[in-house]
Design a protein around this ligand. Structure first.
Ligand code: GLU
Length: 491
């Protein structure tokens, strides 16, 4: 019997998402339960959006949760490299094989032509799709153009009629019509692969036997299945996991719920509780108990107990469960957990320089700097009364700074200052007009230590969270405003 091998394949393009941790947990449990291996692969072929910082955050937050992988970019393994950006030659070779076999073809269409086709299709109320223009080219001539260095992509051929039967571990057989599949680009003009080619090639070469991924990928499954067939490879067993949802049933999004694992770490959730809660997403223990450890989950794991109902990621429920975990710690463990979280020397060393000059007794530390040790802070609208700006302008400032900070990948005082300055330039305001608002939102106090330093120390998650809370308190940003303001920001 072949060994079970599962994987997660996150793209390092933003904050480490709770959805990634959830899929990782189920893949790890499945592999462990079968005595197999769990692999982490980084899908960073989107060179513009991918970053090493984001990759590191994925490693750190999965490890914080207690998720460990047997092979990956940072731990190595026999099937490396485990970062797609380091496997370009492998994809090129495989794209060439598909072209040779006639399953894929070079496409020389210009962006202008593709736009025209798309516009015409939209006008005729058709679903936009590639019209197959270059699929009819004579292969020998096409190869000559490629050899002459003409810019091109590689597209796959797909059947034009009939249905593809996707065998899913949870749903059984799902039929998807081939007419809904586009002649997908497999290799971009820059010579790097798209998700489809890289994912199939890697899953095969890395010996992946079971793919548990989010159900947002189900509609495109036929393209992957076709690629397995074209290569003549055995397809792994597929399992499309239900998507995490907001309490209003919409897809979990950071507009409605914080989605970064690091946010929950900074808020003081225990990793065990967080992992336990993720394990409750669409899955239950045979005896339905709510609180269980990772070892217990692995011991009782059964993929067939995943229900497709659309699990709700509810922060209140998570907090309740976290409370259970906290209360069941011994007093000693509780003190250790608190110390590890923020009452530690490292954190104190960051705060101390800003506090030292402002206190006369050590007992003044807590009143002055207590906001460093909380998640949100108590805010009142009075804190945001402004000498020069009316309440709409105040909201606009908070929203602009928040957007700028949300886009920030490197978090330090200089970068934060640059975001605030850019907001000032855009709205024709001075730094001293903006800073009192930052002060109020971040510290919840009328005076304290330097707020730019405080934001740098608090980190992106808590800083953004507090700005969001302030915005909400002041009435939030309406859809109409968001549209107009986003435009202003983009100009
Ligand atoms: N890179 C994809 C993602 O970021 C992987 C999806 C899959 O598991 O195939 O979700």
């Amino acid at each position: 019997m072949t060994t079970v091998r599962t994987r997660i394949a996150p793209s390092p393009t933003g904050d480490p998402h709770v959805g990634t941790a959830y899929i990782a947990l189920f893949n790890m449990c499945f592999a462990r339960q079968h005595g197999g291996q769990f692999i982490l692969r980084i899908e960073d072929t989107d060179q513009v959006r991918s970053s090493r910082e984001s990759e590191q955050q994925i490693f750190d937050s999965l490890r914080w949760l207690g998720i460990e992988w047997d092979e990956g970019p940072d731990v190595g393994g026999p099937h490396g490299p485990y970062r797609q950006s380091e496997r370009a030659d492998i994809y090129k070779k495989h794209a060439d094989i598909l072209v040779e076999k006639g399953h894929a073809f070079p496409c020389f269409c210009s962006a202008e032509r593709l736009n025209e086709v798309r516009a015409a299709q939209m006008a005729a109320k058709q679903t936009p799709a590639y019209d197959g223009h270059c699929s009819h080219l004579d292969p020998a001539q096409a190869q000559q153009r490629v050899a002459a260095g003409e810019s091109h992509v590689i597209r796959m051929r797909v059947p034009t009629e009939g249905v593809c039967v996707v065998k899913d571990m949870l749903r059984g057989e799902v039929e998807i019509g081939w007419d809904r599949m586009d002649m997908q680009v497999l290799m971009k003009a820059d010579g790097l692969p798209t998700y489809f080619l890289a994912n199939v090639v890697d899953d095969h070469l890395m010996g992946i036997t079971h793919v548990l991924r989010g159900e947002e990928w189900l509609p495109s499954a036929p393209k992957l299945i076709a690629l397995y067939e074209y290569f003549g490879w055995e397809q792994p067993v597929l399992c499309y996991m239900p998507l995490l949802r907001n309490p209003d049933k919409s897809k979990l999004s950071k507009r409605k719920n914080p989605t970064s694992v690091t946010f929950y770490e900074r808020m003081g959730y225990l990793p065990q509780a967080m992992l336990n809660y993720l394990g409750r997403m669409g899955w239950s223990m045979p005896d339905e108990r709510e609180k269980f450890s990772l070892d217990e989950m692995i011991k009782h794991f059964d993929i067939n107990r995943v229900s497709l109902g659309g699990p709700i990621f509810d922060v209140e429920k998570l907090s309740w469960l976290n409370g259970q975990w906290l209360r069941e710690l011994s007093v000693e463990q509780f003190a250790d957990a608190a110390q590890q979280w923020a009452f530690n020397r490292d954190y104190m060393m960051q705060i101390a320089p800003h506090v030292q000059a402002r206190v006369e007794t050590l007992s003044e530390i807590a009143p002055l700097a207590g906001f460093f040790f909380s998640g949100g802070v108590a805010l009142t609208t009075e804190l945001f009364a402004h000498k020069k700006l009316n309440s709409d302008q105040v909201r606009q400032v908070l929203q602009f700074v928040l957007w700028k900070l949300e886009a920030l990948r490197q978090w330090d005082k200089e970068a934060i200052t640059a975001c605030i300055n850019a907001t000032g330039d855009l709205l024709e305001l001075k730094l001293r007009d903006i800073m009192p608002l930052m002060f109020a939102a971040i510290t919840g106090q009328a005076s304290s230590v330097s707020v730019l330093d405080a934001m740098a120390i608090l980190g992106p998650d808590l800083t953004r969270y507090r700005l969001r809370q302030a915005l909400e308190l002041l009435g939030g940003t309406s859809k109409k405003e968001a549209k107009a303001w986003e435009k202003l920001l983009a100009d």
